[in-house]
Design a protein around this ligand. Structure first.
Ligand SMILES: *Cc1c(COP(=O)(O)O)cnc(C)c1O
Length: 435
């Protein structure tokens, strides 16, 4: 707030349409970060607007304990039909709703832990997460997150988690090296499993893309190895696809890139097309069965007031309708190719150390001389300078430190992508020339 009065005035937004937001003063901004990665189809998408309006006139909210409603049931069924699936495994079969991403992560963590308690394996109480991972801000989710800026202050309140090295391919020259990096990180995960035999209840990761950790990307081989290791050692695999889910990495879910099916799939952010908060945690019949008991202690007692809210479920159903009716995943392919072309030209700028892409996400790592080993001094706030330069030209980039990224709504047009690239280029040159 210190910065907002002068250095960084707040930008009041009055309305949105497609990939654009309009300020109270009438200025327009291209929303290149999909309003914190949520707004996947664009703002004010008529189909979702209509679905919410119709649902509001019918049933806006009802207690989801002892009661149910059509949108919640339909959404659960549809999520299960599109969920990642491995031919040799029993499919994901049950859905538990919460009302935001962090709460969804809490659900998966508590359920994994509690399942082993119910199974009499009380020694299985530890979680493994990845270095540089992010899973939300509530205390449980923060415990399995590894970003110091968010975590450090609250460390005394957090439960202990084992962090495995990230398979992050940053610095790799080609795909073969990225795969080697993934295999090496998987070896270290294997060592952790050996050292903690019988103690680990679940591994939680962001598949393919560590978003809040600076849009760091890894090779899909890592996911296959995590699946194998979890199976070998009898632990659950929790895929946090809150940011990657719903087409962001090029397929409907990131897990598909490796043909793996997790035991828990956490979804939120894009779930409702960015209209309303909602989370869904998908899991297996086996997990469900572990809680089916006469004892209340063994049941999973976890709820939020707005769990499975009908308006949010209706928005999510409309978003899935858009995926089907507009063949969104297929139609994103040429957009991804266009992004790749622009990425390659931005990669040639002198201060761009790395320009990477996974599906509908591009990230540009800024450094002193395009040499990955010499970042800008943090106090120069080069990323912030780039943000301001882009904003002045009507584009919303919201860098993570000195990492600029594009995570546009899928309704973005090729011409809008060209504009985005041009202004990003300008912003990078502007921010790095005086640094
Ligand atoms: C955003 C995010 C969360 C937390 O979701 P909120 O709705 O912000 O609580 C969890 N995991 C990942 C991977 C995320 O990107």
């Amino acid at each position: 707030m210190r910065e907002h009065p002068d250095t960084l005035p707040l930008v009041p937004i009055a309305s949105g349409q497609g990939a654009w937001l309009t300020g109270l003063d009438g200025r327009r901004y291209l929303d290149a970060v999909s309003s914190w990665w949520t707004n996947i189809h664009g703002h004010a998408k008529p189909r979702i607007v209509a679905a919410i309006a119709a649902q509001a006139a019918q049933l806006e909210q009802v207690i989801l304990a002892g009661f149910s409603h059509r949108p919640a049931i339909e959404l659960a069924e549809r999520l299960l039909t599109i969920a990642p699936r491995q031919a040799d495994r029993a499919p994901l079969a049950k859905v538990f709703y919460a009302d935001n991403g962090s709460a969804g992560v809490e659900v998966a963590l508590k359920m994994a832990f509690h399942w082993f308690r119910n199974a009499g394996q009380t020694q299985r109480s530890r979680f493994v997460a990845l270095a540089n991972g992010y899973h939300g801000e509530t205390l449980g989710a923060l415990s399995v997150g590894d970003i110091p800026l968010y975590r450090r202050t609250y460390a005394p309140l957090l439960s202990e988690c084992i962090f495995a090295p990230s398979p992050d391919a940053y610095g790799c020259e080609n795909e073969a090296q990225a795969e080697q990096q993934a295999l090496a990180a998987a070896e270290q995960l294997a060592d952790i499993f050996e050292r903690h035999r019988g103690e680990i209840c679940a591994v939680i990761i962001e598949p393919l893309l560590q978003c809040a950790g600076g849009m760091r990307m890894h090779h899909p081989t890592y996911l296959r190895r995590v699946r194998e290791l979890c199976d070998t050692h009898g632990a659950f695999f929790i895929a946090d696809e809150i940011a990657t889910g719903f087409g962001r990495t090029g397929t409907m879910f990131a897990c598909e890139a490796a043909d793996v099916q997790p035991d828990f799939l956490c979804l939120s952010k894009g779930l409702t097309g960015g209209f309303l908060p909602l989370a869904a945690v998908l899991t297996t019949q086996t997990v469900y069965q572990g809680f089916l008991d006469d004892s209340r202690e063994r049941a999973f007692l976890h709820s939020h007031s707005y769990t499975g809210n009908p308006l949010a479920c209706a928005a999510a159903l409309a978003s899935l309708d858009i995926f089907a009716a507009d063949a969104v995943i297929e139609r994103n392919q040429p957009l991804m190719a266009r992004m790749a072309e622009h990425r390659q030209s931005i990669a040639r700028l002198p201060h761009v150390a790395d320009a990477r892409q996974t599906g509908m996400v591009c990230a540009f790592e800024l450094a002193r001389d395009g040499n990955k080993h010499t970042p800008f001094a943090p106090e120069l706030r080069v990323g912030l300078a780039a943000y301001k330069a882009a904003l002045a030209h009507g584009v919303i980039l919201r860098p993570l430190g000195d990492v600029l990224y594009w995570m546009p709504p899928y309704c973005i047009t090729p011409a809008e992508l060209d504009l985005l690239a041009e202004i990003t280029c300008h912003a990078i040159e502007n921010a790095t020339s005086c640094a």
